[in-house]
Design a protein around this ligand. Structure first.
Ligand code: AP5
Ligand code: MG
Length: 186
């Protein structure tokens, strides 16, 4: 069974929605850096206050902040299996993650890329209505994804662990597609 997974894909592709379902089904820990950062924002911690300014512009929060959050969670939760969602977001984060996991002999077993056309992504995000789901910020998050995160597709493909699926269709159908693409039993 695969118990160390990573979900990759543009904003609105359904990473969070599908990660939650799969983690409930497979007993994995869902580590979403977006959710962890939003928890800091809601708690109005110093880190949260700093992050909020960046998140509301659709920019990436600093690697230092994000890596410290992930490192803390992975060292506490590493044994039971996890699914990383929204992390890594650039090559520096990906390389740091490789190093971190190598040190504990727990390599990623599969990276799932959820692909979806821009029109559908934008429509989904606008109807969700998070504070960073405005036309302008969504457009910028998509640019940041293309420039900084999309190169990770080649990075993980070259490691031989990339699996691609299409994110169209209803939530249940996409969930089935994901489980079958990852070879997971239901
Ligand atoms: P993050 O929270 O990761 O947001 P994102 O990448 O923009 O992605 P979303 O959460 O918007 O999309 P998703 O793919 O999870 O889709 P979802 O399932 O919600 O990051 C936010 C910010 O935090 C970043 O901009 C950055 O500032 C910062 N950050 C986070 N991680 C970072 C990192 N590693 N480094 C630096 N900065 C970082 O679905 C979207 C909507 O569609 C929902 O309403 C959902 O209900 C709906 N939906 C889902 N599936 C379907 C379906 N099949 N049919 C119809 N509707 C659907
Ligand atoms: Mg998300």
């Amino acid at each position: 069974m695969k118990s160390r997974l990573l979900f990759l894909g543009p904003p609105g592709a359904g990473k969070g929605t599908q990660a939650k379902l799969l983690c409930e089904n497979q007993g994995l820990i869902h580590l979403s850096t977006g959710d962890l950062l939003r928890a800091e924002v809601n708690a109005q911690s110093p880190l949260g206050k700093e992050a909020a300014l960046i998140m509301n512009k659709g920019e990436l929060v600093s690697d230092e902040i994000v890596l410290s959050i992930v490192q803390k969670r992975l060292s506490a939760d590493a044994k039971s299996g996890w699914l990383l969602d929204g992390f890594p977001r650039n090559l520096i984060q990906a390389q740091s993650l490789q190093q971190l996991l190598e040190n504990v002999s727990q390599p990623i077993q599969a990276v799932l890329l959820i692909e979806l056309d821009d029109e559908t992504l934008i429509k989904r995000l606008l109807s969700r209505g998070r504070s960073d789901d405005t036309q302008e910020v969504i457009r910028h998050r998509l640019e940041v994804y293309r420039e900084k995160t999309a190169p990770l597709v080649d990075f993980y493909q070259s490691l031989g662990i990339l699996v691609k699926i299409q994110g169209e269709g209803d939530v249940k159908d996409v969930a089935l597609t994901i489980r079958s693409a990852l070879g997971l039993v239901m």
